[in-house]
Design a protein around this ligand. Structure first.
Ligand SMILES: N[C@@H](Cc1ccccc1)C(=O)O
Length: 501
């Protein structure tokens, strides 16, 4: 607003100092916030210097406005209790209904203005303990309303506990002339033109400064999806650590590889249609396809009667259950296939380190942290004599390469690992510990039937790809990672995305 600007400059020219921009706004008849816009712009051109003045006051909440005239709830309740024989509780409630009645009664009891008399035969009666009261709360509210200061403990009580007043903070400015003060603003030149050079006019011109922090227009071209970027980051980490990627292009899996091979009992709740998407067509994969019958027999028997030091589950294992097709619920199904293949390779056992990153599906209620379809990052090391110490060491390596250096582990349970650990990482940004994954050592009940040698162990872990992506991109609703909203969320919350990096 040019008028406002010149009024401000003129006032400053006459007064040299404007002690409080709040006053100036009042005199000029504009909202302070409007004047602040002008101040900021003059400040940017160094015509005006502005020094912050912090203000603080309490104001009444809407609820408290009513008590200014009607009296505080405690006074209203006290006044509704007749001297002498008092009043029945239900009658009192009817006189001061609602929350005011409840709060007022509590306060009046605390102040020892009232008492409960239970001596009679009927309902307890509320009686006065004092003849008269002073409505301190009403007095304090009146003080606040007229801008008087009230003692801190009482202010805290009214603000925090009773929510009758709330703090209001605002800033105004002390204004003085800046180094480039003038009554009128010269419009700075932006581009150096041929004419300016030819006529030597550039010497007397003022040029607008470059704003290197400006975001610039978003490029019209495409950009990589954040999940793809984080996926390639994970791939790089795994590859640098010597892991080999497992083939994962199979969303439809048989229950056998998703659950049975992992020693997950057939009655396990995760195998319920509420948690797992089962396929109607084709509904099954005949086990004869791809599963060696001896191995199948060993899996059946480890579930039923155990073996390899285990007592098993003691139920009757059904082949038909294991043949049901589903959308894989975890990429640990990929690991079970791979480990079985590794165990049955011709020749000597060779240690292996595998990883995969791909989609998994769970029949879940979708909300801001859950999707029915997400990506899992899975890693495993298969070697002789591995211990829990190796798992902790590998996890520390893995996560520290991601930038998550502080890890904590918590005992957990998975049907296929023992011991199992949930992995927590400290987020410096959020100042709290967050769960980032699950891990463990695969059980002998899973590994031995496959035919892996006695002294070979497997340490493994799994996490979602979405969670770290959300942390890295400051996205707080997992649904923003999918559909058209993704680029919007990326650009809004992380300007670096504009560079298409
Ligand atoms: N499958 C587990 C992750 C995991 C993988 C490997 C070992 C232990 C746990 C999950 O879905 O949460």
């Amino acid at each position: 607003m040019a008028d406002l600007e010149s009024s401000l400059l003129q006032a400053l020219n006459v007064q040299e100092v404007i002690a409080d921009s709040g006053e100036l706004a009042k005199n000029l008849g504009v909202e302070h916030i409007v004047l602040v816009g002008t101040i900021r712009s003059l400040q940017a051109s160094e015509m005006v210097l502005a020094e912050d003045i912090d203000h603080f006051r309490y104001v009444l909440t809407e609820e408290a406005q009513g008590y200014l005239t009607a009296g505080s709830p405690e006074a209203q309740v006290f006044n509704s209790v007749p001297a002498g024989e008092g009043i029945a509780m239900t009658d009192l409630k009817a006189k001061v209904p609602g929350e005011a009645g409840d709060v007022g009664f509590k306060q009046a009891m605390q102040q020892r203005w009232l008492a409960l008399d239970k001596s009679g035969s009927g309902e307890p009666r509320v009686v006065r303990k004092v003849d008269s009261i002073e409505d301190r709360t009403q007095q304090l509210l009146a003080d606040v309303a007229s801008g008087r200061e009230i003692p801190k403990t009482e202010a805290d009580n009214l603000a925090k506990k009773r929510k009758l007043i709330r703090p209001e903070q605002w800033k105004t400015y002390k204004l003085t002339k800046g180094p480039k003060f003038a009554l009128e603003r010269k419009k700075p030149a932006t581009d150096l033109t041929f004419e300016m050079l030819a006529k030597n006019a550039w010497r007397n011109l003022e040029f607008k400064e470059y704003n290197f922090n400006a975001l610039g227009a978003p490029p019209a071209g495409g950009q990589l999806h954040p999940l793809l970027k984080v996926r390639s980051q994970f791939r790089k980490i795994f590859t640098q650590m010597g892991f080999e990627e497992m083939p994962t292009n199979q969303y439809v899996e048989s229950s056998f590889w998703n659950f049975d091979a992992l020693f997950q009992p057939q009655q396990h709740p995760a195998r319920d249609a509420h948690d797992t998407f089962f396929l109607n067509k084709p509904a099954t994969t005949p086990s004869a396809r791809g599963v060696d019958p001896d191995y199948l027999q060993r899996v059946k028997s480890v579930h039923e009667v155990g073996g390899y030091g285990s007592a098993g589950y003691g139920y009757s294992w059904k082949l038909a259950e294991s043949e049901k097709n589903l959308l894989r619920t975890h990429t640990t199904a990929v690991s079970s296939r791979m480990l079985h293949r590794l165990a049955n390779q011709p020749g000597e056992f060779k240690p292996a380190k595998y990883f995969s990153i791909d989609r998994v599906f769970r029949n879940e209620q979708v909300d801001r942290t859950h999707l029915a379809e997400f990506h899992q990052v899975e890693g495993l090391v298969c070697d002789r004599g591995l211990t829990l110490g190796d798992l902790i060491g590998v996890l520390n390596q893995f996560f520290s390469r991601l930038g998550l250096k502080k890890l904590r582990f918590k005992p957990a349970f998975n049907p296929y690992t023992e011991p199992s650990m949930e992995i927590f990482s400290y987020s410096e940004q959020l100042g709290k510990w967050m769960e980032v994954g699950n891990s463990g050592m695969f059980r002998p009940e899973m590994l031995r039937p496959m035919g892996l040698p006695e002294d070979v162990n497997v340490i493994a872990w799994g996490l979602s790809l979405e969670r770290p992506t959300m942390i890295l991109y400051g996205i707080d609703n997992i649904r923003d990672l999918f559909g058209h909203k993704v680029s919007l969320a990326m650009v809004k919350k992380n300007p670096i995305c504009r560079l298409g990096l």
